[in-house]
Design a protein around this ligand. Structure first.
Ligand code: NAP
Length: 465
């Protein structure tokens, strides 16, 4: 894959970038390693001051950052602006809370004093996807830098300008050059970087094959990894739900970011009592979405990020329909050029078809009719993935069952799944492992060091007791 900006709305190659040479890669790793030695000794207050500045830069520049995102991967400009603002939020969150998350934790034992001290690991390689090209990076970088680690970013090859823009944000905020750097490299170079002894750990957000590849290299070298992979989140609607809210949220939860979100609701599991009503109103909502130029403020669905993604999802729909599913397509008129795709809804999806077993990374909703909560939970869990889940019910007993029995990293009741800096984010099963955000996220790339101190006085007292 070339490292290039190819506008998904036009197919035009806007800018190409030469991949770093082995020598340039070596220089960047060396600089990162050197930077870690001093960065780890800075105080939380010093780091927080820079992180607050990064938040200000992100907020002040959100219009121009949004344009970079939209031109590179096609998300509607309004949501790109929101993404830049959300990045400012996560920077502030860790600037304000990192010290508390990582302060020494006393644990009473027979020692005079025993406690846990959190210490940074070193250079962390972040392999990131294009779908939230600022957010995915900043939600890694803010806790990593606040913990005293330094970051090397290998961003997706189709968003190099986003990668360079994020690097520039941290530089302008006052972080030293080696503390956060972008590597313009293809995916084939990732293992070589990870194999370098100066790189301590890696985090990857992306597809299962990419995650498996990075985890296997890291496993061989006993290096820590966090993986945030695919998802096929269920969105369950029970008869007691507020149907107006459920339908409105369902449309948004499936089509946000042009349907290219790991935590998008992908499988709609609806109780038979309300299925027809839900399906009719949901399709009306999908049909009403404005599809078009992502730079237009009114657009709700832009083009898919690459021509290949559009082809892949069209193929998944075709195979599912060929297996017997019913298809509804938005009547939206699509622009002649670009990777546009009319949002779709599939019903009566046969088991073993792609619609039943695969992740659909685009605006295609998969509807399932169920007769009971047991069946809803069974279908919700009948997937290799376990990222998020949304369940709509006003029945306390049902809420309890969804909360306990759905196999996923999060369950949202009467709300759509969304990341929030204050809450842990991550998956189980083939959606990955480890957590980002909150106190859990910042503690992924630290040494949880046990300290046990016994002085003579304690020893004497123990002997006389
Ligand atoms: P992808 O192809 O796996 O790409 C993600 C990143 O991994 C890119 O930087 C890519 O580089 C790199 N990469 C690809 N193959 C690799 C390999 N064998 N070794 C090392 N690095 C490799 O994923 P995508 O298609 O861009 O993103 C969509 C997937 O990401 C979906 O499954 C989605 O659900 C998942 N996702 C998960 C989360 C989460 O938080 N759980 C968030 C967003 C997306 P190149 O671009 O150079 O190939």
């Amino acid at each position: 894959m070339p490292i290039a900006t190819i506008n998904p709305a036009t197919g035009e190659t806007v800018k190409e970038f030469a991949a770093h040479t082995p020598r340039e890669i070596e220089e960047k790793i060396a600089r990162a390693y050197e930077a870690f030695r001093s960065h780890r000794r800075t105080t939380f207050a010093e780091r927080a001051e820079k992180m607050m500045r990064a938040a200000e830069i992100l907020e002040a520049g959100k219009d121009s950052f949004a344009r970079v995102m939209t031109v590179e991967m096609g998300k509607p400009i309004r949501s790109a602006r929101d993404e830049a603002a959300k990045c400012a939020w996560v920077c502030r969150h860790y600037a304000e809370n990192a010290e508390a998350f990582l302060s020494d934790e006393e644990i009473a034992t027979t020692a005079t004093r025993s406690f846990v001290r959190y210490q940074p690991l070193g250079v962390v390689l972040a392999v990131m996807p294009w779908n939230f090209p600022f957010w995915q990076v900043v939600r890694f970088a803010a806790p990593a830098l606040m913990a005293g680690n330094v970051g090397l970013l290998k961003h997706a090859s189709n968003v190099p300008q986003c990668a360079l823009a994020v690097e520039d944000v941290f530089r302008r905020a006052g972080f030293e050059r080696g503390e956060f750097q972008t590597l313009l490299i293809g995916s084939a170079e990732v293992s070589r970087v990870l194999e370098d002894a100066r790189v301590a750990a890696a985090t990857l957000t992306g597809s299962e094959p990419a995650g498996a590849s990075v985890a296997s290299v890291a496993g061989r070298l006993i290096k820590k990894t966090v993986l945030e992979l695919g998802g096929s989140d269920p969105f369950i609607v029970m008869p007691s739900a507020n149907l107006d809210e459920a339908v409105k949220t369902a449309v948004k939860a499936r089509t946000i970011n042009n349907g290219q979100s790991c935590v998008a609701a992908k499988r709609f599991i609806v109780h038979a009592e309300i299925y027809e009503e839900f399906a009719r109103r949901f399709k009306e909502g999908i049909a009403a979405l404005r599809v078009g130029d992502p730079l237009d403020e009114e657009t709700e669905i832009g083009p898919l990020a690459t021509a290949q993604i559009a082809r892949d999802i069209e193929e998944q729909v075709r195979k599912t329909v060929a297996a017997g599913a019913r298809e509804f397509r938005s009547p939206a008129k699509l622009p002649a050029r670009g990777n546009y795709f009319a949002p779709a809804v599939l019903e009566d999806i046969p088991k073993n078809s792609p619609g039943y077993c695969e992740e659909f990374f685009g605006p295609v909703a998969l509807l399932f009719r169920v007769g009971s909560i047991d069946e809803a939970i069974r279908i919700a869990n009948d997937t290799p993935f376990g990222l998020g889940a949304s369940a709509w019910t006003n029945d306390d007993g049902e809420r309890d069952r969804f909360t306990s029995e759905i196999e996923s990293g999060s369950v949202f009741i009467n709300a759509m799944v969304a990341s929030d800096p204050r809450l842990p984010f991550g998956g189980v099963k083939r959606s990955g492992y480890g957590r980002e955000l909150s106190a859990f996220g910042i503690r992924e790339f630290v040494n949880v060091k046990t300290v046990y101190v016994k002085d003579d006085e304690t020893t004497r007292r123990a002997e006389t007791e």
